[in-house]
Design a protein. Structure first.
Lengths: 116, 113
C-alpha cells in the first residue's frame, strides 16, 4: 500500500483568489490523480497528473482553472484558480503503485476547501 | 461506457444485524470492481476489490462482496454490523487497461444501538 498526505487539510479562501494543494506519496507511483468531491456528492476525476508532461484533464475541467504539476514520481500539486463559491469541495489526490494491477488507487485524506 | 449504480442512498441497520449495500455496474469489458469506505472527515479506504480471480471477495473488517456477472451486480455484505461501520460507502468500477475510476453516488450506512 501507499501513504498519501495532503496539505493543507482545509482552508477558507476569498472569491477570486487561488489555492495550491500539495500531495505527497511515500512510495513511487506510476500514476497520480486529482478528484473533486462536492458537498454531499460522489467523487469526480479532475485529471491525471503525468510526470514531466501536461496533465490529462477530464471533460468539464480545464488547465487554466485547475493547473497541475508533477515534478517527480512522489509529488504533485493542484491549483484551484480564480475561486468562486462553486469551487467549495473536498479535493483528493490518489496514486497507483507500480506493479499493482487493476487500477487499485490509494487516496489521500483530502483538502476541504471553502470559498466565501 | 462504464457506469455504477448504487441502489440505496441511505441504509440504516441495528448493531449486530446484517448489512447489505447494493451495487450494479455496466461495462462493455471485463471490469475491476472496488468498494471504498469514507468515514467522516477521513480519506477513502479500500475495503475490497474484484479482479476476476474469485467471484466471492473478502475484504477488511469482515466485509465481503460477490461478483455476479449474470446480474451485473457487486453487492457488499457483512454478517453483523458494528457501530464503527457507520460511514459512506462507494462502489467503483475500472476497466482493464484504463486508469479512470468511476464512482457510484455512494451509500450512507447508519448503525443504531
Amino acid at each position: 500500500s501507499a501513504v498519501i498526505s495532503q496539505k493543507p487539510s482545509r482552508d477558507i479562501c476569498q472569491r477570486g483568489t487561488s489555492l495550491t494543494i500539495q500531495c505527497q506519496v511515500d512510495s513511487q507511483v506510476t500514476m497520480m490523480f486529482w478528484y473533486r468531491q462536492q458537498p454531499g456528492q460522489s467523487l469526480t476525476l479532475i485529471a491525471t497528473a503525468n510526470q514531466g508532461s501536461e496533465a490529462t484533464y477530464e471533460s468539464g475541467f480545464v488547465i487554466d482553472k485547475f493547473p497541475i504539476s508533477r515534478p517527480n514520481l512522489t509529488f504533485s500539486t493542484l491549483t484551484v484558480s480564480n475561486m468562486s463559491p462553486e469551487d467549495s469541495s473536498i479535493y483528493l489526490c490518489s496514486g497507483r503503485l507500480a506493479g499493482v494491477g487493476f487500477n487499485e488507487q490509494f487516496f489521500g485524506p483530502g483538502t476541504r476547501l471553502t470559498v466565501l | 461506457a462504464q457506469s455504477v449504480t448504487q441502489l440505496d442512498s441511505h441504509v440504516s441497520v441495528s448493531e449486530g444485524t446484517p448489512v447489505l449495500l447494493r451495487c450494479n455496474y455496466s461495462s462493455s469489458y471485463s471490469p475491476s470492481l472496488f468498494w471504498y469506505v469514507q468515514h467522516p472527515n477521513k480519506g477513502l479506504q479500500l475495503l475490497l476489490k474484484y479482479t476476476s480471480a474469485a467471484t466471492l471477495v473478502k475484504g477488511i473488517n469482515g466485509f465481503e462482496a460477490e461478483f455476479k456477472k449474470s446480474e451485473t451486480s457487486f453487492h457488499l455484505t457483512k454478517p453483523s454490523a458494528h457501530m464503527s461501520d457507520a460511514a459512506e460507502y462507494f462502489c467503483v468500477v475500472s476497466v482493464s487497461g484504463y486508469n479512470k475510476l468511476i464512482f457510484g453516488a455512494g451509500t450512507r450506512l447508519a448503525v443504531h444501538p
